[in-house]
Design a protein around this ligand. Sequence first.
Ligand SMILES: [Zn+2]
Length: 300
Amino acid sequence: MKSPNFYASGGVDRAAHLRSDDAWVADQLGSRDARIVPIWRTRNLIRPGSTPEGVVLESSRGLLMGADTVVFLGLLDDIPHFAADFSGYEEPPLVEHGQFRDMRGVGQLLPHQEGALLVYARAAIQWHARHRFCGACGSPTEIREAGHMRQCTNPDCNAQFFPRLDPAVIMVVHDGGDRILLGRQRNWPPGQHSVLAGFVESGESLEDAVAREVFEEAGVRITDIHYHSSQPWPFPSSIMLGFTARAVDSNLNVNREELEDAAWFTRDQLLNSPENEVFRLPRRDSISRRLIEGWMRGED
Ligand SMILES: [Zn+2]
């Protein structure tokens, strides 16, 4: 079995049966046994240093008085963990514990389990921030199920909303030989390249989406589409579904609306990649990097 991708399999027991037990949830929040993962405006609290650490705080009434939304994440080593949103503060609070940082920058520097817990907390809080009103009637919604559901407050509507994910496919396309297809978008850091990716549309299978995206972006027809692995990518709410595929032929017709460039790269080029402003591989916590390194190792 492959080792899990970064942000996956973080060891949290989601204990869904406890979400609807309001008394248990309130008891836990009132006790010092529970742990709080603070969020401020989509950022996580990080203790800086040569090895940055995610900050998880003991629960207390004083702390929770400043929180807008609290979500039960689950049990980690039998200890209840909650995400709490402190976005109501104009200036970042809790600065005595660390700095609020964007996980898109700092996530790859954290230990695996900590990274997984922190992005889960970030995603759980951000979902609430974006679903304050009912999509059916426009009335305010209220938190339910310890933060795993919202319900419309209009008694004639009562619509329920559950956190949703946006499925995206991401694929390493090889030419049947020694080359893979990488592209880059204009707004990426200088030199950064990645395998191609895109969102799945309604009415498509995952394989349909893989084939469509590669043809739309690079003009390449592909075959032998196989699932590789997946990765939570809650920036804000994606699940990345990784695939491998083989190009039917290697002629490129790059869509310059979507990509600045795309090209074939040999194994040697990647092994000797300079990691500079001309060429660099994707960030280490991404499934894109994992798919490329897997292909270089000859992984299935
Ligand atoms: Zn409604």
